[in-house]
Design a protein around this ligand. Structure first.
Ligand code: C2E
Ligand code: MG
Ligand code: MG
Ligand code: MG
Length: 288
């Protein structure tokens, strides 16, 4: 998490510090009205099955389309929304909207795509989190098994009894739990023993040099083996090249997500994208 922040704040040293500070003040102030103005929207990035390239689901990614500043990336406004508490209503909107959009898509195409929704630790820690999930599912009529919530390792490492109960409640509803950015946060693995997780999302950091760096390759191998021995699925994040895809396939990675298959897109583009690629963004894949 600290690393991620470091990456996102590189600009601090290139542009006027005051300018960045001012922008943050503006954005923080505007978060509230942005919601009522309808500036936020969700884009959906395909998640494919590694073995045959078929789309199996989508990750919902939040976008802020600001009237004067243009598209603001989540790395800039999620931390602000967490500071102001706005992440709670925003996160609830995301959950409800994502379930709704995917249900509509599944209805139109007679498919069973799942949707994976990022959840802030602040949302997860709230007493009404499970109730909010239930509301989103009921209102959309999406099957719980077609919803995954993505939490970061921090949430799991620090989970107390209450949060373990939340996780169990989520899983007993049939909703999946994915660990986002796996391998970048904490070194503790003991939560894997205790908590009912369903998927691990392998951070793209490990894929970048999988070809050239035996150490990265070894880490990817080990994480996939660890996950499989615990009966968890592995999603590789940030797959950009066909070579990376082949490397992951050879290592028996289950699911993949990345620009190679498709970027996140607006809901109204999904149907055309799926129909155009025949449900398979890679076309015919090299066999194993
Ligand atoms: P994340 O959950 O790890 O999402 C994956 C990020 O990687 C997304 O960035 C996605 O666009 C990007 N990505 C996907 N494929 C590739 C690739 O092949 N190459 C590269 N370079 N990048 C790729 P995005 O949309 O900017 O989101 C950044 C982060 O913001 C997310 O990371 C997530 O932590 C957070 N976020 C996004 N939407 C939400 C939300 O609704 N709620 C919360 N709490 N956080 C969100
Ligand atoms: Mg995510
Ligand atoms: Mg991720
Ligand atoms: Mg990531």
């Amino acid at each position: 998490e600290a690393k991620k922040k470091g990456r996102n704040t590189v600009c601090w040293y290139n542009v006027d510090v005051m300018e960045v500070a001012n922008e943050q003040v503006t954005l923080r102030r505007e978060l509230h009205e942005a919601m009522s103005r309808g500036d936020f929207c969700l884009h959906y990035q395909p998640i494919i099955q590694a073995r045959d390239g078929k789309i199996v689901g989508f990750e919902a990614l939040l976008r802020w389309n600001h009237p004067t500043l243009g598209n603001i990336p989540p790395s800039k406004f999620i931390p602000l929304a967490e500071q102001t508490g706005q992440i709670i209503p925003l996160g609830q909107w995301v959950m409800a909207r994502a379930c709704w959009d995917i249900k509509q898509l599944n209805n139109r195409l007679a498919t069973h795509y799942f949707v994976s929704v990022n959840v802030s630790p602040l949302q997860f820690h709230r007493k009404d989190f499970v109730a909010q999930l239930q509301i989103a599912l009921t209102k959309s009529d999406l099957a719980p098994t077609l919803l995954d919530v993505e939490v970061t390792e921090g949430v799991l490492v620090e989970a107390n009894d209450g949060e373990s109960q939340t996780l169990k409640a989520v899983r007993s509803m049939g909703v999946g739990v994915s660990i986002d950015d796996f391998g970048t946060g904490y070194s503790s693995l003991s939560y894997l023993r205790k908590l009912p997780i369903s998927k691990i999302k392998l951070d793209r950091e490990f894929l970048i040099d999988i070809q050239s760096c035996p150490r990265s390759a070894a880490i990817v191998d080990s994480i996939i083996q660890l996950a499989h021995s615990l009966d968890l699925e592995v999603v590789a994040e940030g797959v950009e090249t066909a070579q990376q895809h082949r490397d992951l396939l050879a290592r028996t990675c289950d699911l993949c997500q990345g620009y190679l298959y498709g970027k996140a897109m607006a809901p109204h583009c999904l149907e055309a994208f799926i129909l155009e690629c025949g449900d398979n963004p890679l076309g015919s894949l090299p066999s194993r």
